[in-house]
Write a protein that binds this ligand. Sequence first.
Ligand code: ZN
Ligand code: ZN
Length: 57
Amino acid sequence: MIHDCETCHMQPGSDTARAEGCTCATMDNGRGHNRVRLVIRLDCPVHADGLTPRDET
Ligand SMILES: [Zn+2]
Ligand SMILES: [Zn+2]
């Protein structure tokens, strides 16, 4: 059963985001409920768009 609510919907580490391929830290993000400090992996296909720290063209 995927947990989904307004607070964590598609947030890093949430069930809904992970179902879309999110690889961000689940526990560090409180399963998407930690709004204070978001931990986003740079290789996450869902949240890392635009976060690339260096040009790799
Ligand atoms: Zn929730
Ligand atoms: Zn993510």
